[in-house]
Ligand binder design. Structure first.
Ligand code: SAM
Ligand code: SF4
Length: 335
């Protein structure tokens, strides 16, 4: 009997097309940001994480199922040893339109050139403060100067639409919203503000007290800049605005105060090979078992991915009464 034909696109039971994956290449990091990790993190043992070859197999399987955009994330992608091998291979995948990276920027001074050469289209760089002491307080160990060098190196490589990511938290950096926007405007790059999400427990603060709504962040920016809502909508939780008279855009990623799940187009793959169908829920399937079973092939892998679409939940329920929040921290989730 002939095998059924594999579909060329991924569609869930709510009719949403999944054409974007966020692939976590490590749970490790050289920073310990207060909203993302605990100070004394235990990381996964090596045999539990996907090898670079396994990560490549997963990525290729998704592109053959219609995925056109891959974002590499983590943990900090650039601390994974030999990660450039993977990035170069991904950059050559024939069906991929965009290869993206989210990084803390601390190693971009070395890697910006090789990343550009490997075909990375866009980079998001996280930066939460322009004050060196505060930067170290928030990241616990990071050095602002290294990240600044990384940002300059990425700008020098001419990446399209370079974007900064900032998480604004009361008691940490809520007075720096305008300074961060000024910083982006001066460099002609974009900036996005991400609402702090309740993923795992933050050990140094109560998230309910620190989380700033993007409505408030926007009102801060409006004290100096005029923002025009952009006609171009990207799927998912980000909304972009154009700063009038400047090339920079300001994005607002508001998963806590807004629910944009209706046009969600993405799934995540954790570094353990768990295919997570939603950031705010635990629905997932294990791809690692399939990858490591020698009797199974890429066809079986794709069949499992196609089947998983039925598990994608309709929406997340952050801070909703009676809903159990994920215990996963962001570095395990693949931010
Ligand atoms: N290490 C890289 C970095 O920091 O950009 C990539 C991984 S990090 C988990 C991806 C993004 O998630 C960062 O921009 C970070 O600020 C954000 N993030 C981490 N924990 C978060 C949380 N609890 N709520 C909102 N954003 C968070
Ligand atoms: Fe590391 Fe990024 Fe998490 Fe900060 S946000 S601890 S840089 S993974």
């Amino acid at each position: 009997m002939s095998e059924p034909v594999m579909p060329k696109e991924l569609v869930d039971k709510f009719g949403r097309h999944v054409d974007y994956i966020r692939l976590s290449v490590t749970d490790r990091c050289d920073f310990r940001c207060v909203y993302c990790m605990t100070e004394d993190m235990t990381f996964l043992p090596r045999q539990q994480i996907l090898s670079l070859e396994e990560l490549y197999r997963v990525a290729r399987a998704f592109t053959e199922l219609g995925v056109r955009k891959i974002r590499l994330t983590g943990g900090e992608p650039m601390v994974r040893s030999n990660v450039m091998w993977l990035i170069e291979k991904l950059g050559r995948l024939p069906d991929l339109d965009e290869l993206l990276l989210t990084t803390n920027g601390a190693q971009l001074d070395r890697y910006a050139g090789p990343l550009k050469a490997a075909g990375v289209n866009r980079i998001n760089i996280s930066i939460d403060s322009l004050n060196p002491d505060r930067f170290t307080r928030i990241s616990r160990v990071g050095k602002l100067e290294k990240v600044m060098e990384g940002i300059d190196a990425a700008i020098a490589q001419g990446f399209e639409r370079l974007r900064l990511n900032s998480v604004i938290m009361k008691g940490y950096n809520e007075d720096e919203v305008l300074a961060l926007v000024d910083f982006a405007v001066d460099r002609g790059i974009d900036i996005a503000f991400i609402e702090e999400m309740p993923l795992g427990e933050a050990t140094e603060h109560d998230r309910k007290e620190t989380t700033c709504s993007n409505a408030w962040v926007r009102s801060e920016i409006a004290r100096k800049y005029q923002l025009l809502d952009s006609a171009t909508r990207t799927a998912g939780p980000s909304r972009y605005t154009q700063i009038v008279g400047k090339p920079s855009r300001v994005g607002f990623i508001s998963p806590v105060t807004h629910n944009f799940c209706a046009d969600c187009n993405r799934v995540r793959i954790t570094v353990e090979g768990r295919l997570l169908l939603c950031l705010g829920n635990e629905h997932s399937i294990d791809l690692r078992n399939i990858l490591r079973d020698e009797s199974l092939t890429d066809w079986d892998l794709q069949k499992a991915i196609v089947g998983s679409m039925d598990l994608k939940p309709e929406r997340h329920y952050f801070y909703e009464k009676d809903h159990i929040q994920p215990v996963r921290l962001m570095n395990m989730t693949g931010g």
